[in-house]
Design a protein around this ligand. Structure first.
Ligand code: FES
Ligand SMILES: [Fe+2]
Length: 350
């Protein structure tokens, strides 16, 4: 795959998606199968039997091993074959690659690069997760038919919301306010505050403040694949400290991109908020509206990908609004180049 960072944690799936049987998903253009052992721990292997390359996900989980559905070879969590029906000796070549995998925040995270570097401390931290007064929803996983970098750019691009999402998050009034962009090591943020504004009726309904509001959207990006949009509506006139923002209406909208191939990406989103906690109807409405919003992005980036494929060109003209997206892209390209230079042989077939 092009411009991909192997030494990073990617969401393989939500914990709730992975049951007792084999779970298959293509990640960084490699077939992966995960399975759960009896103690609940996950294992992840290359989804390709060492005998005749049949996907192991067509088999079944037997006594903490994954059994191939063709001739019954069994593999343990390290990818070693531990059983060959009809013969006592196990050929040395009967082994498949295994990948570090760990569960956190209701997600299974996989590391496709050098296992030695798979430090769980590098899993992106999720703000306010599990904190009292905050609640989480996990969106249904989506499949976007576009290279993940097109999606990274979309997530770092507030200018598109007016046109792509007029029925949900688009706001014609804010489209002319220039955003601020700040970059530091491994992080980029684009944001704009709207001060002393009448809050929208929906915020008023949930709000615990009166009068005018200060509102902001921060578009954070943590390369290679995590986006976090902080949305704040707070009492106007207060200092914009973390504590004051927490006293207003606040949500952290996360997206995790898992590249599938050069033209497709698994799109996971979750949303942490401090209002309407326990309100199931709101949970359902947000699930529906946010899911629909991201499918609107999918329509755009998929159509764009088709034209990019047809022409071999990804952009013709450059605009001021490209500053944030381009920076995010350059950050990833730099990481991907360093990653490729450090481990040129990690993407082998075995
Ligand atoms: S192909 Fe898997 S055991 Fe033969
Ligand atoms: Fe969007």
């Amino acid at each position: 795959m092009e411009h991909v960072v192997r030494n990073a944690w990617y969401v393989l799936g939500w914990t709730a998606e992975i049951g007792t049987g084999p779970f298959a998903r293509r990640v960084l253009d490699e077939p992966v199968v995960a399975f759960r052992r009896r103690d609940g721990r996950l294992a992840a292997l290359l989804d390709r039997c060492a005998h005749r390359l049949v996907p192991l996900s067509l088999g079944s989980v037997v006594d903490d091993t994954l059994q191939c559905g063709y001739h019954g070879l069994r593999y343990d969590d390290t990818g070693a074959c531990v059983h060959v029906p009809g013969q006592a000796n196990i050929p040395p070549a009967a082994r498949v690659r295994s990948f570090p995998v760990t569960e956190r925040y209701g997600a299974a995270w996989i590391w496709m690069g050098d296992p030695e570097q798979a430090d769980p401390g590098l899993i992106p931290a999720i703000e306010r997760y599990g904190a009292p007064g905050w609640t989480v929803i996990w969106g249904a996983p989506q499949h976007h038919r576009s290279h993940y970098l097109n999606i990274v750019e979309n997530l770092q691009d507030p200018a598109h919301t007016t046109y792509v999402h007029p029925g949900t998050i688009g706001n014609p009034a804010s489209s002319d306010i220039a955003p601020v962009i700040e970059e530091s090591e491994g992080h980029i943020v684009t944001y704009r505050w709207t001060l002393d504004a009448e809050p929208p009726p929906i915020d008023r309904k949930n709000a615990n403040f009166s009068g005018l509001a200060d509102r902001c959207q921060y578009y954070h990006f943590f390369p290679p694949c995590t986006s976090r949009v902080d949305v704040v509506t707070m009492q106007a006139g207060q200092e914009h400290t973390e504590a004051n923002m927490d006293r207003g209406l606040r949500a952290f909208s996360y997206k995790f991109l898992t590249p599938e191939t050069d033209t497709a990406t698994h799109f996971f989103w979750l949303h942490v908020r401090n209002f309407g906690v326990g309100d199931q109807e709101l949970d359902e409405r947000l699930m529906r509206d946010m899911g629909r919003t991201f499918e609107e992005d999918n329509v755009i980036v998929s159509a764009m990908q088709r034209e990019q494929d047809a022409t071999g060109v990804r952009q013709l003209a450059w605009l001021r609004i490209d500053a944030g997206p381009s920076r995010a892209r350059r950050m990833i390209e730099k990481m991907a180049a360093a990653d490729a230079a450090a481990a040129p042989a990690t993407s082998t077939a075995s």
